[in-house]
Ligand binder design. Sequence first.
Ligand code: ATR
Length: 285
Amino acid sequence: MDDSRETLGRHAFVTGFPIKHSRSPIIHGHWLKTLGIQGSYRAHEVAPENFPDFLQTLKDGRSGFIGGNVTIPHKEIAFKLADQPDELSQELGASNTLWVEEGRLHATNTDGRGFTANLDERHPGWDRARSAVILGAGGASRAVIQAVRDRGFKEIHLINRTVARARELADRFGAVVQAHPMEALTEVMSGAGLFVNTTSLGMDGEEAPRLDFSPLLSGAVVTDIVYVPLKTPFLVQAEEQGFPTVDGLGMLLHQAVPGFEKWFGQRPLVDETLRALIIADMEKH
Ligand code: ATR
């Protein structure tokens, strides 16, 4: 079978519970269209109790899908049930991207690569400093910690309201990550060249506390993985205080790249047209 025929009719999914608000179908649909690939990518809701069966149908070909993305609440179970989770997802204990090869279920986690690629694109040189501050120790924080460490930061200060949760996460990564309570924020910001918000503070009109970013190194980059709104309260504050900022939308776009390439065989581009499509969708809702 030649390549074009093989590509014809490949189908991928994004699954979660609920899933209808996912923007991934817009992203992958845009790439399928612009690259002229006759496959599909669609939202496929699966309740937690049905998830193991769904993975079985994926592995044995009954689902009709060749792979897909997995989001909340299925990332941990997807990792556990995969036959071949890669090193990135093993360290995180969670996978967001699945594909089947010869009846075996492979899994990776592309959130960290999305985070890194977004900063590389929008603020090259973001990784020059030695020390970083990450706010939040939830599910989304793990991949960010991994990405920041893998870029060579030597000190990662993890701040969380519930400090026990930060400690637990820090222990997973070893001495490079240190856990602190909220009160330590000013102290650990001193000398840091990167600040990342991974909490839901400021999301969708939620309140966010006023932060003083001035202890950060001059030119330190402030970024937020929240992208609704695009300019979160933390990014607005950081800009007012003279720091460069990077919004979180690019992380969503870039984390989708490796999966698309795996399923459909071509590496797609994250460009302004795609960004504009998602922003237009955000304005609708
Ligand atoms: P996700 O998987 O999206 O990271 P999560 O696991 O619920 O979601 O984590 C949410 C993060 O936002 C946590 O770090 C949470 O702090 P706690 O671990 O103390 O709950 C943080 N967060 C949410 N609301 C907060 C608030 N009002 N003040 C401070 N931190 C908050």
